[in-house]
Design a protein around this ligand. Structure first.
Ligand code: ZN
Length: 196
């Protein structure tokens, strides 16, 4: 075996195992109010950051209407995060737990997936994405209610689930106020031209 292979092997052996993920792992990691609210805070901040990235992407493609909508969603999520700081009387964002957050996937449940973006998408589509994210956040807290190891965490998770349910309703109401997507919305009538 050559030297490079040997060091690679050594590195693999000393690497710490990846933290367990999934609803069970989260419930096991969230035993106190502080831990629960740190998760709640991280979930909102991650969602806000992703919406800002989406807004940037839409603006780059001159999709101003959807860009503005994602900006608004980012502001809303930021406000949710700030409310958590206030409620907890935290003067600074909570530090992530040892080994990081144990989301079920690689990202938080309220974080939008990049593959859902389309440069011609309409406000309605953006709200569809937001609706899905809020529903996932609701399920996240509902799962914690079921698996909570203390009454205090169970009660707080129930409250957070109720708040996410309220976010779901807000997005549903918002969807009623924007036009339904036109048929063939994804057909570009003025495609970008690439000239050498
Ligand atoms: Zn939410």
């Amino acid at each position: 075996m050559n030297a490079t292979k040997q060091t690679a092997r050594k590195r693999a052996a000393t690497k710490r195992p990846a933290p367990a993920r999934g609803a069970k792992a989260v419930a096991a990691a969230v035993r106190t109010m502080d831990a629960l609210m740190a998760y709640a805070y991280a979930l909102e901040i991650e969602a806000a950051e992703r919406y800002s990235e989406f807004a940037d992407a839409m603006e780059e493609h001159n999709n101003r209407a959807v860009g503005e909508l994602f900006r608004k969603l980012a502001r809303i999520e930021h406000k949710h995060a700030e409310q958590i700081l206030e409620e907890m009387r935290w003067t600074a964002p909570p530090p992530p737990p040892d080994g990081g957050y144990r989301w079920q996937g690689l990202e938080g449940p309220e974080t939008a997936d990049f593959t859902t973006l389309h440069y011609l998408m309409q406000p309605y589509h953006a709200l569809e994405i937001a609706l899905l994210n809020e529903k996932r956040a609701f399920e996240f807290f509902t799962g914690l209610v079921r698996r909570a190891t203390t009454d205090k965490v169970k009660r707080a998770a129930k409250e957070m689930a109720a708040e996410e349910a309220e976010h779901v309703r807000l997005i549903e109401d918002w969807m009623k106020k924007v036009p339904l997507p036109e048929p063939h919305w994804d057909v570009d009538l003025d495609p970008p031209r690439y000239v050498d």
